[in-house]
Write a protein of this length. Structure first.
Length: 483
């Protein structure tokens, strides 16, 4: 469909290929900042195989389109491979419509700020498990952070205690996610660009994706059904631990509602763990490389909380520097640099540009969080930027990392409370430093982050994590007695 208005600026499409070769496969967020400079626009456009893509580099445009015009910018791109592999059960990928609305209502009822507090006790218990694990094998901090995220999710969703990453439910999820996510990128399988191919029978030459899909569908079905069956069994036996799923099942839900809670609970593991793991590892990295910030935070904790107990959620508003570290962490290295794409469902005109129905709209969260006019010295990790001249926390509390509009992160309050307690409890009890080599020299850490999937992670690094004092060590050990 043509319009008298032009598309937003961007590289000139080539005959047949459009911008297929211009669209970056790596380092997307930074390449789009370069495009912004080259085409002197914060809204950019590209076209590939007849699909339009609009990239938003500026908060103002993301808020205008994805929030104020959310009625037409809340769909998701269709990914044929997600449907073929059964991953389309995920709320994150669901098309905008009644099924999504029902799932989102369950999220809203259970994850909104006032209700999210009921999960805090579980968060504390699972994060305290992580603190004790850090005490015994600090070098495995990445594994402990993965374990804490998995344990928090499985226990809040299903009332199920995960004992290791080899746990049967976790293993199925991890396999389904690892083997599934690589097929979701547009170029990963031809069927993503030519959806009609999915109707070819599995035995047809080149229709391998249907075979891969059938295999993966076994896993995506199991990861949803197996923990649901576990909850039902325990409810029948009268000994179910309260969870999101048990609370919905108790109300004798309709089949539709039961299916919806199954989708929500199944989604949360994927949506919550990888992002939380990314933020936790970035936190350890930031503290290793910024000892002066770590000391300042610890001084605040010692002053406000003291050294006789661990911090609690009730302390949150009295610890502004910890709050600033939380904000800065998600600004500095947002787990999803390019957010999750939205799709428009109606033709639109914005700032004199034409955005056709079906356009994939990507919010460049990294660019927004690194806008030098808002965040000077944007590459510096500096929690101080969140304080005003009087030394009070400023009102810049919109966390860009959670996205925008009706599809904004459904678990942002849970993520916020998990991340806050991880930051506060680790800083209260541990000193994080660079690891020392045998020759006594500090092991330097590079600033590399992975860039091969939706969620970006700090690449593996070494550091030293030791208790701040004997008293801090005892505090951590004692959490094991409170179980
Ligand atoms: C630091 C941690 C997290 C970050 C940075 C994060 C970020 C995001 C982002 C950027 C989106 C897409 C927003 C958009 O489309 O504009 C999203 C969606 C979502 N997140 Fe999170 N998330 C985090 C943790 C969580 C947690 C803990 C949960 C669940 C308890 C969760 C559940 C979801 C769900 C269900 C969606 C899909 C929403 C929809 O499509 O309607 N996330 N998240």
């Amino acid at each position: 469909k043509r319009s008298k208005y032009p598309y937003p600026p961007g590289p000139k499409p080539k005959i047949l290929l459009g911008n297929l070769l211009d669209i970056p496969a790596k380092n997307m967020s930074k390449v789009y900042v370069e495009w912004g400079k080259r085409y002197q626009s914060s809204i950019l456009h590209a076209e590939a195989a007849g699909n339009h893509v609009v990239i938003l580099n500026r908060v103002k445009d993301a808020k205008e389109l994805l929030e104020r015009r959310s009625q037409i910018y809340s769909d998701r791109p269709r990914i044929p491979m997600a449907e073929i592999t059964g991953w389309d059960f995920s709320v994150v990928l669901m098309p905008y419509g009644d099924k999504w609305r029902m799932a989102r209502k369950i999220c809203q009822q259970n994850f909104r700020k006032e209700v999210a507090v009921r999960f805090e006790e579980t968060h504390i218990k699972k994060i305290n498990d992580m603190l004790r694990a850090l005490l015994s094998t600090p070098q495995d901090f990445a594994l402990h952070s993965r374990m804490a995220s998995a344990a928090i999710t499985m226990s809040t969703m299903y009332g199920y205690d995960v004992s290791s990453m080899n746990d049967r439910f976790v293993a199925v999820y991890e396999r389904a996610a690892n083997e599934g996510s690589r097929w979701f990128l547009p170029g990963a399988a031809l069927v993503n660009s030519i959806p009609a191919l999915r109707h070819l029978p599995s035995w047809f030459p080149g229709a391998w994706f249907n075979r891969v899909g059938e295999e993966l569908k076994v896993l995506t079905t199991e990861l949803q059904n197996a923990p649901m069956d576990y909850v039902k069994k325990r409810m029948l036996g009268g000994d179910a631990t309260p969870s999101l799923v048990s609370s919905v099942l108790e109300g004798s839900p309709s089949e539709e509602m039961e299916n919806s809670v199954k989708c929500v609970a199944g989604t949360v593991y994927g949506a919550a763990s990888d992002t939380t793991i990314s933020a936790t590892t970035t936190f350890i990295y930031a503290m290793t490389t910024h000892p002066e910030i770590q000391m300042k935070a610890q001084a605040e904790l010692d002053r406000v909380v003291g050294t006789d107990r661990l911090p609690s959620y009730a302390d949150r508003t009295s610890l502004p520097y910890i709050e600033a570290i939380y904000r800065e962490l998600l600004r500095w290295r947002p787990p999803l640099n390019m957010g999750v794409p939205h799709t428009s469902t109606k033709d639109d005109i914005y700032e004199g540009y034409f955005i056709p129905e079906g356009t994939v709209v990507m919010s460049n969260i990294w660019a927004m969080a690194h806008d030098p006019s808002v965040y000077p010295n944007h590459e510096e990790f500096a929690p101080e930027r969140f304080f005003d001249h009087e030394g009070n926390l400023n009102n810049d509390d919109f966390i860009l990392a959670y996205g925008f509009g009706r599809r904004v992160c459904a678990g942002q309050h849970l993520a916020s409370s998990t991340m806050w307690y991880i930051i506060a409890s680790i800083l209260a009890t541990f000193a994080i430093r660079k690891a020392i080599e045998e020759n006594g020299e500090e092991i330097e850490i590079d600033d590399a982050f992975t860039d091969n999937s939706l969620v970006s992670h700090k690449t593996p690094f070494q550091c030293s994590i030791t208790p701040r004092s004997d008293k801090a060590k005892r505090l951590v050990q004692e959490t094991g007695l409170q179980q």
